[in-house]
Structures are given as structure tokens and as C-alpha cells.
Write a protein that binds this ligand. Sequence first.
Ligand code: HQG
Length: 185
Amino acid sequence: MDPKRRVRTSKFLSLVLRHDPSRVGITLDAEGWADIRALLDGCRRAGRRVTHAELMEVVRTNDKQRFALNADGTRVRARQGHSVPVDLALAPATPPELLYHGTVGRFLPAITAEGLRSIGRHDVHLSADEATARKVGSRRGAPVVLVVAAGRMHADGYAFRMSDNGVWLVPEVPPEYLGEPVSRA
Ligand code: HQG
């Protein structure tokens, strides 16, 4: 599969599996899984033909491992990032003392006032290292990285979960757990 088609297919699958399964006439189950046969049939009917081999290639090679297969390979889901209501059934986990959030300067006044909010997704996404957070921020402009006192939040009772591709998820980060921005590019 040529790289451009692979990225296009991955983006389309993200759209369907995170935000709009009705786009190809399917529904997700409570934990976000889509039946692969129904998904591929739906894609074909929607004029976006994806073969089974192509889907497997996207799942296997995706740069951020955005998709997961179930044990018997009949279902697929996005690992995180949903706006449709799903319960990913991720176990609560103890975060490291510090986590990082990548954003851009124009959001800082609001973030400083109200903390990090999950805008359009279920959770706030945090990274275990600064470099990853910088990459996330740079999707929107010159990145700004905020340090999150995750250990302190956890001790105060906030539930953290880690998706199996290493993204830390928490429903919100109140401003008192945010440090000064650690970098501006
Ligand atoms: C900002 C991508 C104003 C927040 C990435 C972010 C990540 C606020 C944006 C994953 C705010 C939300 C998630 C507040 C937060 N006021 N702005 N109170 N609180 N924000 O895309 O973290 O490619 O939902 O800083 O790599 O950017 O999709 O979250 O800029 O891992 O797999 O509001 O998405 O992964 O944006 O990115 P997003 P995010 P995928």
C-alpha cells in the first residue's frame, strides 16, 4: 500500500471508529469495537473501499498504534480519542509523578483559568515524556508544554488510565495541578 493511501485510510478509519461510525452505516459496541466484516462492507458502500489486507496493514504499521484488534481478529477499535460514547474498559493505573501536555500559546489564558478540559473527546490526553507532548502541541502551532502534577492528582483521588499505546487519560486537570509552561518553541 503506498504511504499516502495508508495515511488517508488511517484518517478515515479514525473518523469512523472515533467519531462517526454512521458514516459507513455501522454501530460500535459499548467498548468501541466494530465488526470488521461490517466495517469493510460499510466502507465499500460508502465508496471508500478498504481490503482486509489493507486494514491489517494500517493496524500493524500505524505510527501511533491508534487501532487494536480483538483476540480472534474479528473486531477492531480505536485505542482512544473518541467523541462517541464508549467505555474502553481501561483499568485505573498509577501515573508517574509528572506527565506532560502539549498545547499552544493561544489556549494558555483559558487553560490557566479553568485547567485542562477534554474538548470534544472523553478525556484530557497526557504524555509520559516532554518530546511527545511537544509533538502533540505542534499540530496546532508553536508548541507549549505544560507539566502536570499527576502523582499529586492521583493522591488526591483523580482516576488515571493508560491506553495500551501509552497515552495517559484523565477526565480533567484543574489549574492547581499545572506547572509553568516548560518550553516554547
Ligand atoms: C486544548 C492526537 C482551551 C488542549 C494527539 C488541546 C494526542 C484547552 C485542545 C491526542 C483547554 C484539545 C489528543 C481549555 C485543553 N481551554 N483549550 N480549558 N483545555 N485545551 O485534539 O491533547 O493523532 O482533543 O491543549 O497526538 O491536542 O488523534 O487534544 O490543544 O495524542 O491519535 O484543547 O490526539 O492523537 O485538542 O490531542 P485535542 P490533544 P491522534
